[in-house]
Design a binder for this molecule. Structure first.
Ligand code: ADP
Ligand code: 5GP
Length: 214
């Protein structure tokens, strides 16, 4: 059987607080071979965030220089700060047959889908069960000030309104159920024809065997 496979670009988007960081962590625990695309951002680190692990924290000048030099696969302005996905690590992982997970907004998802890596992309949008629950989760996460939470809630409709540009949409009500759905989607998409470059050779071999057996 063909062993080689091409890496997938797995994009998770949602309004802030719907659960994409939690789901993305669980997906990587399920398959530690999935690498995470560490974004660059100009926003300040939150308590506990580690430079190079959660984000590459950059000055606005450095961020803009990297964009100008074509080092970002995509980039966007979100909540008053710049965010972008560095291209180098993504290309390296995909070429080595490893999947890369992105926690990015709809603008980034759209840019990647329209890039030359678009056909290797799996995009998933996470919806909250209700707006009240979205607010509850933002508050319970206890990471942001009331002002930032209010800003994120205001922005949430902006993000939700782009739900229909994604391959799959999950309503993250019961966390275990959503975890399971996410794994099912990833497992199935790995079998997409475009992800299995070894298939052509395999079918050629089958054809040769078929001819021989006549
Ligand atoms: P995001 O990355 O989308 O901003 P998080 O993953 O940080 O969201 O989740 C926000 C909060 O909601 C966290 O405290 C998380 O533990 C909680 N949470 C995530 N999914 C669920 C769920 N299905 N049910 C209840 N709480 C959840
Ligand atoms: P946060 O500040 O909460 O970490 O992220 C805020 C928003 O920016 C989230 O919607 C997140 O998905 C998005 N985001 C994070 N990194 C990137 C990125 O590299 N590119 C884009 N387009 N959005 C990002």
């Amino acid at each position: 059987m063909p062993q080689t496979r091409r890496g997938l670009l797995i994009i998770l988007s949602s309004p802030s607080g719907a659960g994409k960081s939690t789901l993305s962590r669980h997906l990587r625990e399920w398959d530690p071979d999935i690498s995470f695309s560490v974004s660059a951002t100009t926003r300040a680190p939150r308590d506990g965030e580690v430079n190079g692990q959660d984000y590459h924290f950059l000055t606005e000048d450095d961020f803009k220089r990297q964009v100008a030099e074509g080092e970002m696969l995509e980039h966007a302005h979100v909540f008053g700060n710049f965010y972008g996905s560095p291209k180098g690590p993504v290309k390296a992982a995909i070429d080595a047959g490893r999947d890369v997970l992105f926690d990015i907004d709809w603008q980034g998802a759209q840019q990647i889908r329209n890039s030359d890596l678009g056909r290797h992309t799996l995009s998933i949008f996470i919806l909250p069960p209700s707006i009240a629950e979205l607010h509850r989760r933002l508050v319970s996460r206890a990471q942001d000030s009331d002002e930032v939470i209010a800003k994120r809630m205001q922005k949430s409709w902006d993000e939700i309104s782009h739900w229909d540009g994604y391959d799959f949409v999950l309503v993250n009500d019961d966390l275990e159920a959503t975890d399971a759905q996410l794994k099912t989607i990833v497992s199935a998409t790995r079998l997409r024809r475009s992800q299995q470059p070894g298939l052509t050779d395999h079918v050629r071999r089958l054809q040769a065997e078929f001819e021989e057996s006549k």
